[in-house]
Design a protein around this ligand. Structure first.
Ligand code: GUN
Length: 293
């Protein structure tokens, strides 16, 4: 292996320590800590784990955590009412509705109900549009975390060729916008892209978020490229065991990449750290300064 390993776990830990210090300063100044409300509908096992980790991280950062567990058969109206209450609760500065939602609930309507100022996922049309327009917004957590990891190993990005594989609203599209903001030359590839191998070979920065295990071969990586693997899948091995892999052939890619994230321990930890950062940012923007006497 010649590539530098990008340690997302260590970077996330440093960021979380910084946020905890900033939360203490915030609480000293304003007399209360920021609050994050997490809404979980149903009991999807993966979502349960994500929510538990978010709650623990929020409390460890010194913020208030409010957890709302709604039954799988909750009506859309009841869920919207829950969001309305959180929107008008002054102790709640960030709201996150864990996805996916059960069938029959209109995800867009639910997300749009969240006040853009409390939308710490950065999923509302307001925050998506503001990001697209290059305005101040709450940025989606995974792409924001990826950007920090890239800048950690490659501070100067202007003019570099960046390829984002995967065009989801949660990762791919906002990722491309953040790279564009850094003045990279950005391409988004997706399931219909014809010449993916050639596109990959040209990329100085390669971010892969497809959910397809090891779909990017090691031989496709441009020598010296920065490779960020957002995917995480559990696959079966020949000996009957299972292991976690990303969307990139890690061993192969490590031979030519300049720097690469491992799976696990790369992007994942940064997502939660950026959620905490967004909650603090949202709280700061919601601060009601006392009226001058
Ligand atoms: N489900 C998987 N990833 C996410 C995320 O980043 N935010 C929310 N709300 N749900 C998710």
């Amino acid at each position: 292996m010649s590539a530098q390993l990008i340690d997302g776990k260590a970077a996330a830990l440093r960021l979380r320590e910084q946020i905890a210090a900033d939360v203490r300063d915030f609480a000293d100044q304003f007399g209360y800590a920021p609050g994050l409300a997490v809404v979980l509908v149903g009991s999807d096992p993966a979502s349960e784990v994500y929510v538990r980790n978010k709650v623990i991280a929020t409390e460890e950062a010194g913020m208030h955590s409010f957890e709302f567990r709604l039954p799988v058969d909750v009506t859309e109206g009841e869920l919207l009412n829950c969001i309305d209450r959180l929107n008008s609760d002054p102790t709640v500065h960030g709201i996150l509705v864990q996805l996916p939602l059960p069938k029959g609930i209109d995800v867009s309507r639910v997300i749009e109900r969240i006040s853009p100022t409390k939308d710490v996922d950065g999923f509302t049309i307001t925050n998506t549009g503001r990001l697209a327009a290059g305005l101040e917004s709450l940025e989606p957590c995974t792409p924001a975390g990826v950007m920090m990891l890239i800048k950690g190993v490659r501070p100067e990005l202007v003019g570099l060729s960046a390829l984002v594989v995967g065009a989801s609203n949660i990762v791919g599209k906002p990722m491309a916008r953040l790279l564009l903001k850094e003045r990279c030359t950005v391409t988004i590839a997706h399931s219909k892209t014809i010449d993916l191998r050639e596109r990959c070979r040209e990329a100085d920065i390669l971010v892969v978020a497809t959910g397809v295990p090891e779909m990017i071969s090691g031989g496709w990586i441009k020598p010296g490229a920065t490779v960020i693997d957002v995917g995480i899948s559990r696959i079966s091995c020949e000996d009957g065991r299972t292991r976690l892999v990303g969307d990139v052939d890690f061993v192969g890619a490590s031979k030519s990449a300049g720097a690469i994230t491992p799976v696990p321990g790369g992007v994942g930890p940064m997502t939660i750290a950026c959620l905490l950062a967004n909650t603090l940012t949202a709280a700061k923007r919601q601060v009601q300064l006392p009226a001058a006497e």
